[in-house]
Design a protein around this ligand. Structure first.
Ligand code: BEZ
Ligand code: FE
Length: 304
């Protein structure tokens, strides 16, 4: 034995089980980006602690590498398996929560998911985003306001949802019309918006890849409760990414991606009003929901 401090592995640069994280962290250059250093320091520490706790066999670690490899290999323009992995592990919702601390009264946020399309069509109020006429007709109305209840005119609502069969248009190219069940609306001078669509249904997240297999192995189902997605933004306010959920969905309490919040469950209901149905061009009865959104300023968001 020697007392030579160079025999301490982190300082010698040699690897040891006891000092494994410190040895790796010591290699990060002190003049590298400070935030990167902070992140990698923590990531290495937690990863090594995880491996020390689990003590994987070589075979198990090989399986983990294969899982990550296959997760990458299935990704393409419309299939982002790493987002799904983050979603089913609750990490997407945790990152969302950390980045969206807000004063009470502001509309809650939730996951974006992989099916948003940047260039959805812009519509006048009242347009129908259901382009194939399939599904139970629904009218969506509401207002966008600030936290004082003042209307926000010219706010934009980017809306998208899955169809009757639980698929987004981008998952069924050539089957659904392009841009089916998506569109962008603008609020009027009183902060009001409205559009026509169909009542959403629950659906499974894509589960034919490594993430779906992992869900199955953990005894978890792949379903998301029925919802409509919104991104709501306005000049001078923080944009929000959110959903509204139907109140009676069997998957509300077990969303595969943990996206449900009580305040996002909306009052979808049947309306029996032949005159209104005829005005809307719907058969009677039809479905309706009212959903108001409350936006905060960047200052209010900072104050949390
Ligand atoms: C979605 O709601 O579109 C979604 C969210 C997370 C994973 C898959 C789909
Ligand atoms: Fe969705």
């Amino acid at each position: 034995m020697t007392t030579d401090p160079r025999n301490h592995e982190a300082e010698s640069g040699y690897f040891s089980e006891d000092d494994s994280a410190e040895v790796v962290i010591a290699r990060i250059a002190s003049d590298s980006d400070p935030r990167l250093r902070e992140i990698m320091d923590s990531a290495i520490r937690h990863l090594h602690a995880f491996v020390k706790e689990v003590e994987p066999t070589q075979e198990e670690w090989g399986k983990a590498i294969t899982f990550l490899t296959e997760t990458g290999q299935i990704c393409n323009d419309w299939r982002q398996e790493y987002i799904l992995l983050s979603d089913i592990l609750g990490v997407s919702m945790l990152v969302d929560a950390i980045n969206n601390r807000k004063p009470s009264g502001a509309t809650e946020t939730t996951v974006l998911g992989p099916f948003h399309v940047a260039d959805a069509p812009r519509y006048e109020s009242g347009a129908n985003i259901c382009l194939d006429g399939k599904g139970e007709p629904l009218v969506v109305t509401g207002r966008v306001t600030d936290t004082q209840g003042q209307p926000i005119a010219g706010a934009m609502l980017d809306v998208w949802q899955a169809n009757e069969d639980g698929f987004y248009d981008v998952q069924q190219k050539g089957v659904q019309p392009e841009m089916n069940l998506r569109g962008i609306f603008t609020t009027d001078a009183d902060g009001r918006y409205w559009f026509k669509s169909v009542r959403p249904k629950y659906y499974p997240i894509p589960d034919d890849g490594p993430v779906g297999k992992l869900l199955g192995q953990m005894g978890r189902h792949p379903y998301r409760p029925a919802h409509i997605h919104f991104i709501v933004g306005a000049a001078g306010f923080e944009p929000i990414t959110t959903h509204i959920f139907t109140p009676d969905c069997p998957y509300l309490h077990s969303d595969a991606v943990f996206g449900v919040k009580q305040d996002l469950i909306a009052d979808f209901h049947a309306v029996d009003d032949p005159a209104r149905a005829s005005e809307l061009g719907f058969s009677n009865p039809f479905q309706a929901v009212t959903c108001d959104f409350v936006l905060v300023t960047p200052q209010q968001k900072l104050e949390g």
